[in-house]
Design a protein around this ligand. Structure first.
Ligand SMILES: [Zn+2]
Ligand SMILES: [Zn+2]
Length: 347
């Protein structure tokens, strides 16, 4: 089968590999219909994920059809269409039992697929701990609608959930890349009074304006002023920091009102400064994060009910044979690209 592979530092190649087989009773083999490309894949390519293992197939965003299951897999059966969770988790350790599946202590726990073990930018993928890692897709939900459920949509859903958004809140979202947009989609589920999105890129602001006309737009230069204008208490009640740029962490706490919740979803290249003397008395709650991706069934239910729709983010589609060009497109932000759906075996 064809598999897009991390062959050496700085190098991915589409190569022929043997089809994966079941290695453990809790494994499932999934025929990948669609996969997507994530910024984390680029981080592996650029060497900023030291735990990524050369030789592995990359890709951790995919949907497909279960082809084979181990003897202990009960949650899905061959023939089921499934969303694959970016995280594998045991469901039994201290962290899993509290829903903190990102910190699962199982050897395959956390982000393993497409990082430490073979992932899904390929025709087939072996998913360990399949009872937790695969979620059946409802019949009325298409593969394209479900493609982002296991990773960016899970992150957006989780960030909005832990932000504890109330109906009277003004919510500020920093960053309108794919994860920022998924955070926006999920923040809307909580129906706050105002949502402000701060994004320096004009193409991304235009995307937000077209798709979600009720959202208030800002740029880093005027965001503090815009937030004050739309806030009852001098600053945003909730801030979701999804940008991860040199300025965005500072903007996150500066735009927050006293006693606000600031959810830091972003992954930074550099350490950030927490100037405690400047924020003394502001009494902020910071929640830092890596997604606990354990709400995929609920996310799929919301898609089925028509309350959540991430399909407009799939601005481009490519075949697996052309994945290298798809990566170049995604990395360059050219042609107004947001996400690329890669057809691995066809729906
Ligand atoms: Zn990702
Ligand atoms: Zn666990």
């Amino acid at each position: 089968m064809l598999a897009y592979t991390y062959t050496a530092p700085g190098r991915f190649e589409l190569i022929e590999k043997t089809k994966p087989v079941l290695l453990h009773p809790q494994d499932a083999i999934v025929r990948v219909t669609l996969a997507s490309i994530c910024t984390s894949d680029l981080h592996i390519l650029h060497g900023s994920v030291p735990r990524a293992v050369p030789g592995i197939t990359v890709g951790h965003e995919m949907v497909g059809v279960v082809e084979q299951t181990g003897s202990e897999v009960t949650a899905v059966k061959p023939g089921d269409r499934v969303a694959v969770n970016v995280e594998t988790f045991c469901g039994e350790c201290f962290f899993c039992k509290q829903g903190y599946v990102n910190n699962c202590t199982h050897p395959d726990g956390g982000w393993a697929l497409g990082c430490r073990i073979d992932g899904g930018q390929a025709e087939y993928v072996r998913v360990p701990l399949a009872n937790q890692g695969l979620t059946p897709i409802p019949a009325s939900v298409t593969d394209r609608q479900a493609l982002l459920v296991g990773d960016v949509l899970a992150t957006g859903f989780w960030s909005a959930r832990i932000a504890d958004i109330r109906p009277t809140d003004t919510v500020l979202i920093l960053g309108a890349g794919p994860t920022g947009l998924c955070s926006l989609l999920c923040a809307r589920l909580h129906r706050p009074e105002h949502i402000i999105v701060c994004e320096p890129d004009a193409v991304r602001r235009e995307f937000v304006q077209r798709q979600y006309p009720d959202v208030i737009l800002a740029v880093p230069e005027n965001v503090e002023q815009v937030v004050r204008q739309y806030s009852r208490h001098g600053g945003a009640d909730r801030v979701l920091e999804v940008a991860g740029t040199p300025d965005s962490f500072r903007l996150a706490w500066q735009c927050a009102r006293p006693n606000a919740i600031v959810v830091v979803v972003a992954l930074y290249d550099q350490p950030q400064v927490l100037p405690l003397p400047d924020m003394y008395g502001k009494n902020l709650t910071f929640i830092t994060g890596g997604v606990d991706g354990c709400d995929c069934a609920e996310i799929l239910r919301l898609i089925e009910a028509g309350e959540l729709d991430s399909e407009p983010l799939l601005t481009h589609t490519a075949d697996l044979a052309d994945i290298e060009q798809a990566y170049q497109l995604f990395a360059s932000h050219a042609d107004k690209v947001m996400k690329v759906a890669v057809r691995c075996t066809g729906e």
